[in-house]
Design a protein around this ligand. Sequence first.
Ligand code: PXL
Length: 277
Amino acid sequence: MKKPKAPATVLCINDLSGAGRCSLAVVLPVLAVMGCQPVALPTLLLSTHTGGLGQPVRLGCEEYGPAALRHYKELGLEVECIYVGYLAGPAGLELAQKAFDLWPAALKVLDPVMGDNGRCYTGMEGLAEGLRGLAARADLLLPNLTEACFLAGRPYEEAAFTRESAQEFARSLAGLCKSIVVTGLPMGKYVGCAGIGREEFVLKKPYAPQPCHGSGDLFAAVLIGGLLRGNALSAAADAAAEFVSASIAATPPDADPRLGLWFESILGRLAGPQPGR
Ligand code: PXL
């Protein structure tokens, strides 16, 4: 019998928010169902995310993170991809830099989680400069419109984009990273994302009227799963945007938006052949 190929190992540096469907709670099931082996490296434990569910209970991981990295290195863990999300503060930034140092050949993906709708998430002010440094070392940057504006040091404007202006906007970010997919671009009845780097593309999906908590985490995880299956960036981004749209459609309109998207019932759609690496 042919020996099965080992699933791609993805080191996921992100927070663990217990309730609210975001960060590791979303990323781990998505990557696993797509045939990868996620290794969770929490930057912070919270009872919920910080988006309107009251004051979450927090447990810092400042000591845990570097010690866990040392352990993984001692074990000789092979890491094919490092996926960086919510960093919680300067210690998280340092942890991600250290991971980039330890596995230089890994595919390095940075979702610079800082805010949405023109506003910063609680406690994320002041991380822009450090995230710019990390982005310069990453292979792929996945900001939403708000984060792109923060990183580029520009005012946030709620402009309506056309295909052309969306592509132009993505091109204007080129100095930040080799490859960029910027998400959440308002395009009338649609929401768009635009990519630059090895490929240039603009994708449009129907606009969801209610805020979609955790949608960025869902998008990033599906996109990474697709890349590790060997798909092109534009195809992986399209599948990710499609899955976010389908998750919005699977969420009842009267559901509490603070509890995120009801993606569980459609998770099986992401299952498929093992990553063909
Ligand atoms: O999904 C983004 C996110 C991640 N982690 C934490 C958050 C948020 C958004 O509010 O609060 C802790």
